[in-house]
Design a protein around this ligand. Sequence first.
Ligand code: HEC
Length: 120
Amino acid sequence: MVKVAVLAIIFLFISAPHVFADAAAGKAIFKKIGKCKNCHKITAKDKVGPGLAGISKRAPEKWLKAWLKDSLAVWKANEGYTITLKKAVDKESKPKPAHKVKAKLSDRQINDLVDYLKTL
Ligand code: HEC
């Protein structure tokens, strides 16, 4: 039993930096590559887009990933959390989202970003 516990603790120490590394990479993408911070504050305060504090508590992870991959498609599909978001930003009749990410993000970058968003 003791051996298992020791191994579990060692494993936690080995794996923990990876968990943090993802969020740290996501933070860098938020600032530089995606230029998210041009439009979003990480507090509850709105800028061009909504403040992102607590975002992972209101939006499902699956929705966040889809949104960062192709927000136009998510906007047009008009389902689930998108309906809530459109109401919140008062753009229920707009055909296109104002959320525009110029850099094409890889799946890895999107996962890192979402890990970072979970810390907000
Ligand atoms: C040009 C400005 C702009 C940029 C750049 C931008 N966004 Fe947005 N974002 C918006 C706007 C505006 C909305 C609100 C929906 C809409 O009108 O399109 C939004 C919505 C969101 C939402 C949903 C917010 C909520 O309250 O549900 C998330 C999450 C988000 N953006 C994350 C990001 C991330 C991460 C990046 C960087 C990869 C980014 N955005 C880049 C403008 C922007």
